[in-house]
Design a protein around this ligand. Sequence first.
Ligand code: ASP
Length: 428
Amino acid sequence: MSERSSAKKWYSWYFDFNLLYRILIGLVLGIILGLVFKEKILWITPFGDLFVRLLKMIMMPIIVSTLIVGASSVSPANLGKVGIRIIIFYLLTSAVAVVIGLAMGVIFHPSAELANVADAAARDVTAPKLSATLLAIVPTSVMQAIVNETVLAVIFAALLIGIAISYLRISGDERKEKIAGVLYHFFDGVAEVMMLIIKGIMQYAPIGVLSLVAVVFATNGPKVVGSLGIVTAACFIGYALHVIIVYGGLVKFYARLPIKRFFRDAKDPFITAFVTRSSNGTLPVTMESAENLGVHKDIYSFSLPLGATINMDGTAIYQGVCATFIALSVWGHGFSISQMGIIVVTATLASIGTAGVPGAGAIMLLLVLDSVGLPVTAGSVVAGAYAMILGIDALLDMGRTALNVTGDLACTTIVASKMKELDTAKWK
Ligand code: ASP
């Protein structure tokens, strides 16, 4: 056997082993190493910092590209009455989901009590004035907004560019349509490249999580373990409440349809999303359920792919809970009302930019954190708290993806029923 192939063999066990398990093992090993070796393990810190730097590196490009692609894939030609209604439903249910997530955060109060090592800079952050925050949404320079990572301003500019591209694409002027097509494919290409880079970075995640978590446990001791259980409980109870109150309530009281029948057909995409952790991957199953529920094809063939791209209620709840966890852990106190308002806006808009693939929500969480003055920077306490969340991300992602696709199906069914585009014979 040549030296080269034996070298490949030496490390291929790492890549062949399921990534989820690797990250989980990284979390557990990090906890053990931190608790056993205490400050003697702190030399590991740069390995965690490297992971944070890699994530930060792709954050802005991915936000800009996915938001532009998300906004420009809503073709104004398709908007009409159905399109507008479905988008309003998607955005409103996502905003309610963030509120539920924040409420779960307030009720469960998940905190890892990392305050003893909190960085002073983060603690000093005071809530910005609402009028100033609103005005700052419009950047005076798009490039500066990207460089300074002014999240809301970047989102605003990206959405505007995306919408403009989508209008140009149907302008009727051959030249403009061609240019818009090129731009769309360019940003779509950038988004794909970023996704590929994330895949690569995630191969390093087990080591990154191990190092970051080891540092957290070395400096804080065992008292922070239970907090991850509370974060998980808060997320899953939030998910359940959203399904029952929002989807159940809307289907029963707004669309006046039997909820049992709805959930019977929603079960298949729910389970598929739970195990695949991908809204996009679940799309064929969601479409079949919409068909079985009697939704006309011209509605679901537009609304479901759009929903898999822009409607992420589970992700929104997760962001509300996790942002609260990180704030409580780093600052020792939760968000002010105006900060909560900012989170509702950013997390709702971030859901547009969240790709329907495993783990995308965790990247978008970086953006939400940035918007309230909790940037994940190398060596910061925020990074430690974020790594703890990342360690259990697979579990949280299963629940949030299941909710994401159920939301797509619920909104589609409700709008179809309101527009009399539902074959009610199938509900008998
Ligand atoms: N995995 C989720 C989905 O596909 C996105 C996320 O990570 O929140 O819907």
